[in-house]
Design a protein around this ligand. Sequence first.
Ligand SMILES: NC(=O)C1=CN([C@@H]2O[C@H](COP(=O)(O)OP(=O)(O)OC[C@H]3O[C@@H](n4cnc5c(N)ncnc54)[C@H](O)[C@@H]3O)[C@@H](O)[C@H]2O)C=CC1
Ligand SMILES: NCC(=O)COP(=O)(O)O
Length: 337
Amino acid sequence: MTQLPLLALTMGDPCGIGPEIAAKAFHSPKAHENMRPLLVGDEATMARAVETTGVPLTIRTVSSVSEARFTPGTMDLLPVSSLAPDEVVPGAPTARTGQAMIDAITRSVDLALSGECDAMVTGPIHKVAMKLAGSEFHGHTELIASRTRATEFAMMMAGDRLKVVLVTIHIPLQEVVRQLTPAKITDLISLTARSLTERFGVESPRIGVAGLNPHAGEEGLFGDEESRLIAPAVETARALHPECAISDPLPPDTVFFKAAEGHYDAVVCMYHDQGLIPFKMVHFHDGVNTTLGLPIIRTSVDHGTAYDIAWKNIASEGSLLSAMHMAAMQARNRIRR
Ligand SMILES: NC(=O)C1=CN([C@@H]2O[C@H](COP(=O)(O)OP(=O)(O)OC[C@H]3O[C@@H](n4cnc5c(N)ncnc54)[C@H](O)[C@@H]3O)[C@@H](O)[C@H]2O)C=CC1
Ligand SMILES: NCC(=O)COP(=O)(O)O
């Protein structure tokens, strides 16, 4: 990469806060520090977002990436949909608004796969809107993995103090134990180790592994998943990654504060909220969601569509700016290696 990393940003669900935070982020001087952002989305929706937020930003539509100029004060926008203003009602997604947000994602994936951009950064989408548009996928992670033909992928939530990676993602709690296997846990630890090195530049990763049960099972008194599933997975992962320090299954109530104090580069978590509750307590306004294991770089905001405050000019663009900077950082690390 001879130039600054080029990022394709999706506007997210038009009925949520995505367009507003994109307008605010593009207006921020931080959006042009060491990167070149291009918005992929809907022109009329973005024009309304600029008006709603009151940011002095000129929208410049382009028909290809090569036409973008990346001038501060200007948003280069590659249109992929043409929603009429009255089609976008805050908090009320339709099949058409859902399709518009999906089209922005798929176009950005294709730009990243073809090398026309160096990374993609996604705005928040609503899972119901995906369903209304007829998508078979629950969220970005599954859609992007399918389009890039990735078979081994994972959700990492990343911030300066805490990084968590999830063995299981969007499934009911009662399914979690059924879906945990030593092979799945080993693969996830292994993907975390490789990604910390390749994407984050950590040469000898220190990985904390959370247990599942209170007190990590308390020697079998409160459950045996630690000894039966997690400890064997850790042993295999240690043999595969002698360069890493991988913990035993640790009590989940203390592993996160130790990680936030710098003892671990990432914590492997057994289920969604085990990782996301401590993560959002620490990093709600600057945290990033990034997908590991893809052939492209993808980061995202850590929050959702916030329908309750959509189009009210309240939403913070902090997480989106962090996601942009993390995408640029990963793109630079990939080139360096
Ligand atoms: N990256 C993505 O696309 C994500 C999408 N989602 C999806 O978003 C939808 C709504 O999810 P919820 O659980 O309601 O979470 P949410 O993050 O949309 O909202 C939770 C609370 O945080 C507030 N909030 C969220 N983002 C904010 C921001 N930037 N500034 C200020 N306040 C903010 C909201 O107003 C609300 O009170 C769901 O469909 C969920 O699956 C959730 C997380 C990430
Ligand atoms: N809890 C994170 C979340 O729901 C985001 O999912 P995705 O759209 O990034 O797959």
